[in-house]
Design a protein around this ligand. Structure first.
Ligand code: COS
Length: 384
């Protein structure tokens, strides 16, 4: 399929593909096995200017949009979702500053992010607030010219490794979600500690860690936007990032599909390569069709976002839910096509199937995505 990418977009895709093939594929099994954070690969991505993609030019970035970021994320995901998650979570953590930050905050943080000097993480989820993001309990109390943060964030991607954290905390507990505010907290701030490092089913190269705020004092100017706007900051951040999770789904599914085709051409049973059997062909045909449908949706939503669309909540939830349900199905079927071999660690598809599962869970479960889409449909119907 030709998606009529321009020369820049083709260059970005090919560059990310080359790094994925040359630098990620050879080490992905080891990173997974050792649960090792991919710092070396992050350095390569930084040198290739891939952290600069979504940062505006006036802050040292390349000023590209959602589509370019999706292309890079897709290619990395094709090789290793643990690596892609690390890279994509950096964008997730940066969106609050990009979308709602003050000029001073943008000048202070974005140039370092653009060159990959400082990695970012987004902190919303807590032990008692997952899908129910409005139920967070971390507090931020203003004391003279400082906010004092107390509470625990859980399952934070890039936790411990990132230098900059965008954190959602309550400045007015009585108001619940409407009393939430967003903050920038830097690693090394006294009272900001890292807790348990999670052991995971998949994306084991990525870091998932607890953040603990114990009377952590940050300057008053580290608030992003106004007091009380934190929930909207979080929701708009997720609206912008979810299409990228869709791109992760497309990439990992393509990676698993390519392995399945390669295997099916070589594997001989009943005297013929198994790709000659219709049962296998039909599985591959469905996989190829579903990947292409998801890619078309993800690129269309990314282009819609880049056109300056204001409310992208429904569209990005659609891209996320469709592409990631597809990814779970396709990676599972890639294992099935490859049979016993697919189940063994000798081949990458067992990892891909383990990795794919998180896509239906993080940045809002796929049940929550359907809620978001449903709520948007109700609002649209009421306007008609
Ligand atoms: N953009 C702007 N405003 C939004 C919004 C969006 N995308 N989504 C919700 N809001 C606003 C609502 O309009 C509402 O405003 P008012 O209080 O003024 O009416 C407010 O936020 C609360 O919205 P809602 O009533 O829908 O919130 P719920 O408590 O029902 O929670 C959420 C639903 C949105 C939290 C849930 O659907 C969700 O997305 N959960 C998943 C969270 C998530 O992705 N976690 C991953 C963590 S980061 S990896």
């Amino acid at each position: 399929m030709d998606y009529f990418l321009n020369d820049d977009q083709i260059m970005i895709r090919d560059l990310a593909r080359q790094i994925a093939d040359e630098k990620v594929v050879p080490v992905r099994a080891e990173l997974d096995e050792k649960e090792e954070f991919p710092w070396e690969i992050m350095k390569v991505l930084a040198q290739a200017d891939l952290f600069a993609l979504f940062i505006p030019e006036e802050y040292g970035g390349l000023g590209k949009g959602a589509l370019e970021l999706c292309l890079a994320v897709e290619e990395l995901s094709r090789a290793c979702l643990g690596v892609a998650t690390t890279y994509a979570a950096n964008a997730l953590g940066t969106y609050p500053i990009l979308l709602f930050g003050s000029e001073e905050q943008k000048k202070k943080y974005l140039p370092d992010i653009a060159v990959g000097r400082r990695l970012v993480a987004f902190g919303l989820t807590e032990p008692n607030a997952g899908s129910d993001a409005g139920g967070i309990q971390t507090t931020a109390r203003l004391d003279n010219d400082e906010y004092v943060l107390n509470g625990t964030k859980q399952w934070i991607t890039n936790g411990g490794e990132a230098d900059i954290y965008t954190i959602i905390a309550l400045t007015d507990k009585a108001k619940g979600a409407r009393g939430a505010s967003a903050f920038i907290v830097e690693k090394g701030t006294p009272g900001f500690l890292f807790g348990k490092k999670e052991k995971k089913m998949g994306i084991r190269a990525s870091s998932t860690r607890e953040l603990i705020f114990d009377n952590c004092r940050i300057p008053r100017e580290n608030i992003i936007g106004k007091e009380g706007s934190g929930f909207i900051v979080a929701m708009k951040t997720l609206d912008n990032a979810r299409v990228g999770v869709g791109a992760q789904g497309v990439g990992i599914a393509q990676g698993a599909f390519d392995e399945a085709v390669r295997f099916a051409r070589k594997r001989v049973q009943f005297g013929h390569p198994i790709i000659s059997f219709q049962a296998v062909q039909h599985m591959l045909a469905d996989m190829a069709t579903e990947i292409e449908a998801a890619r078309a949706l993800v690129y269309a939503v990314a282009r819609y976002m880049d056109s300056g669309a204001k409310d992208v909540s429904k569209a990005s939830a659609m891209a996320k839910v469709f592409a990631t349900d597809m990814a779970m199905k396709v990676t599972t079927n890639a294992v099935q096509v490859m049979g016993g071999s697919g189940y063994m660690k000798e081949y990458p598809v067992e990892k891909m199937m383990r990795d794919a599962k998180i896509l239906q869970i993080y940045e809002g479960t796929n049940q929550i995505q359907r809620n978001v889409i449903g709520q948007a449909l109700i609002k649209e119907a009421a306007r008609k």
